[in-house]
Design a protein around this ligand. Structure first.
Ligand code: CU
Length: 644
């Protein structure tokens, strides 16, 4: 038997029709940057912090669906000089017109690669830093890794109007070494990153370099295990999803996928397609829109560390190019992503988004005790994921879609912990000893997901549901009654809520205008995990700057310009922006299109087992259909055909 010959008459596949949620293309970067340069208002040498599609609003998308074509507009944040000013520019692609131009002072975009490099070069040449290295016996400065960090905001007048990095040093005995094994403890430098000007080098005192190399490379960790046999995932009939452009369909789900410079992966128009072809919307848009990693060690080397890895770095700017068989196993479909360099050139990150299916054990099962007949259905999930490397840490974000309508976001935390050198044999307060002469401060990772919800239509509201045992009485003689408290979160202040595992507190996102077959309002419920809130003092710098992390739930009326929970420019921001600012007005959440913001994460008490590289720690949440359907929507799954 031979393979059939390709058919010469076959026509090439038709490209998908343009859609407002199509990802940014290389050509769009080139054309929009050229339009900005031609405009002439930006000085020569200006940098481009971000170039992204100006996403249409809900109202504009409604017009688009009604048949009105939409203009494609690109939004650029440019830096005209080395100070703390940006220009927000909008370019209409159809004619290259610059249609928006807003100059903003006293804000900084995410830390630029150019600024980071300039910080490193300036510091390596600076005599105070060199002297601090020599005091520690380090004379080959090429062996020193410098990590520039966003500096935070600590009322330092010398930092006003400047783009600042604070720099930590690590010693590598060879270029492939794990620098975090040997922090050059005590040396802290502040650099005007845009000007390459070292403002201050502080030496908090000598701590010997940790003795061990802390390598995670296979060549240093042998003998390697040889007793794991091959585990292959094959789908001989192909995958069950289709991807047309960025339109992904799988089972009843439909969604679009794109990447933005700061959030990374963005989901648009997540819906459930009924058997009659009607699409019931669930989410208008969903993305991890901010995160913060506050460190809990008052040691002056570490007490300022608070990384906002979305707004101060940019998950989409730090996308990994994923590899088959390593990052992703099985029948994998990848999406590339286009990002713009700071000099305005398009750059394609190949295999930035991974799409595949996974078997997920049993979805439902019952054995009839009378007849002995067992019915079982396999669970399967569609996985849409990406990874970003932000300095020492690596974060994976995995969206899962299940056959019963459940949607899940799982964050995967791995990479290398931020470390501190300690005297060998010593202990550390607010930190764990993880290796001889090495500790890692206690810290948190708190992620804020912006869920632009549209459960079966645009107008939704949020009900909090919690349970409590009821008092004994005439109506509850046996004391078994479980009371169900349902509270409508009617205003923004009332909707600042925290998890409470003891009462199984969760939040129903309801469409009050639509009912299911039982006459109940249709809903999805947000099921949080046992997750912390920000532990830093509310009046601390990070307490003010990461206000979004002080509560697990926030709800706001939909506003297209309220995109980022710590504000658009958290880098060196003094705080208060974003959710705390917007919700201070205590706007109504009734009869509104709403946005649900969920902060989740972990408080990381470092373990020896997290060293020298961290086995993945997981956190996240579920969105579960709760009256969205009339019954189990997966009764129509066929039984597995090869049980034996
Ligand atoms: Cu951690």
């Amino acid at each position: 038997m031979t393979d059939p010959a390709p058919q010469a008459t076959q026509s090439p596949p038709t490209p998908p029709a343009p859609h407002p949620h199509d990802p940014l293309t290389a050509d769009e970067v080139t054309r929009s940057v050229a339009a900005v340069r031609a405009d002439g208002r930006l000085p020569e040498g200006s940098l481009f912090a971000t170039v992204e599609v100006a996403e249409p609003t809900r109202a504009e998308m409604a017009d688009f669906r009604a048949g009105t074509p939409l203009e494609r507009t690109i939004r650029i944040v440019a830096l005209p000089g080395p100070g703390a000013s940006v220009v927000e520019i909008e370019v209409r692609l159809s004619d290259g017109a610059v249609v928006g131009w807003t100059e903003r002072d006293d804000v900084r975009p995410a830390l630029l690669y150019d600024d980071a490099y300039r910080s490193i070069l300036a510091l390596k040449e600076h005599p105070d830093w060199q002297a601090a290295m020599v005091r520690r016996g380090i004379t080959d400065f090429e062996q020193v890794q410098i990590d520039p960090w966003p500096t935070g905001s600590f009322d330092n007048p010398a930092e006003e109007g400047r783009r600042i990095t604070r720099c930590l040093s690590y010693w590598r005995q060879d270029p492939s070494d794990n620098g975090y094994a040997r922090p050059v403890e005590g040396v802290l430098a502040t650099v005007d990153a845009a000007r390459g000007e070292v403002l201050e080098v502080v030496d908090h005192g000598l701590v010997p370099l940790a003795p061990e190399r802390g390598s995670y490379l296979p060549e240093h960790n042998g003998p390697l295990r040889t007793d794991l046999r091959a585990l292959e995932i094959t789908q001989p009939d192909g995958v069950s999803f289709t991807l047309e452009g960025n339109l992904l369909t799988w089972q009843h789900f439909t969604l679009r996928v794109s990447v933005t410079p700061l959030e990374g992966l963005v989901l648009h128009d997540v819906g459930w397609v009924d058997d009659d072809g009607t699409t019931r919307t669930i989410l208008h848009r969903a993305a991890v829109s901010e995160m913060v990693v506050p460190y809990g060690d008052p040691d002056p080397m570490h007490n300022w560390k608070n990384a906002f890895d979305v707004g101060e770095w940019g998950l989409g700017r730090m996308l990994n190019s994923l590899t088959l068989g390593c990052d992703c196993l099985g029948e994998i479909t990848y999406l590339d992503a286009v990002v713009a360099s700071e000099h305005g050139h398009p750059h394609v990150v190949e295999h930035a988004v991974c799409i595949h299916e996974e078997d997920y054990g049993i979805l439902w099962k019952h054995t009839d005790m009378n007849t002995g007949r067992a019915e079982v259905r396999r669970s399967r999930r569609l996985v849409v994921s990406f990874f970003a490397t932000v300095g020492n840490y690596d974060y994976g974000f995995f969206w899962y879609f299940y056959l019963d309508g459940t949607i899940q976001l799982e964050a995967k935390l791995t990479g290398i912990m931020s470390t501190k050198g300690i005297p060998e044999g010593g202990t550390a307060d607010h930190a764990s000893v993880i290796a001889p002469g090495l500790a890692a401060p206690v810290h948190q990772h708190l992620f804020c997901t912006r869920l632009d919800v549209a459960v079966d239509g645009p107008v939704n509201e949020v009900l909090e549901v919690a349970f409590a045992g009821e008092e004994r009485g005439p109506d509850n003689p046996l004391g078994n009654a479980i009371g169900r408290r349902v509270t409508r979160l009617a205003t923004e202040q009332a909707a600042r809520r925290d998890v409470d595992a003891a009462s199984s507190r969760h939040w129903r996102i309801v469409n009050p205008g639509r009912t299911n077959g039982l006459g109940q309002p249709v809903a999805y419920k947000l099921v949080p995990s046992a997750t912390p809130t920000l532990l830093a003092h509310p009046d601390s710098s990070v307490g003010r700057r990461a206000g979004f992390a002080r509560h697990n739930l926030w709800v706001t009326p939909y506003r297209p310009d309220e995109r980022r929970p710590a504000g658009d420019y958290p880098n060196q921001h003094t705080g208060g922006a974003g959710l705390p600012e917007w919700t201070a007005a205590d706007r109504s959440l009734v009869d509104e299109e709403i946005v649900v913001w969920h902060t989740f994460g972990v408080t990381h008490n470092p373990r020896p087992e997290d060293w020298p590289v961290m086995p993945v720690e997981y956190c996240g949440f579920h969105l579960v259909a709760a009256g969205f359907f009339d019954r189990n929507p997966a009764l129509d799954l066929a039984p597995p055909d090869h049980c034996h």
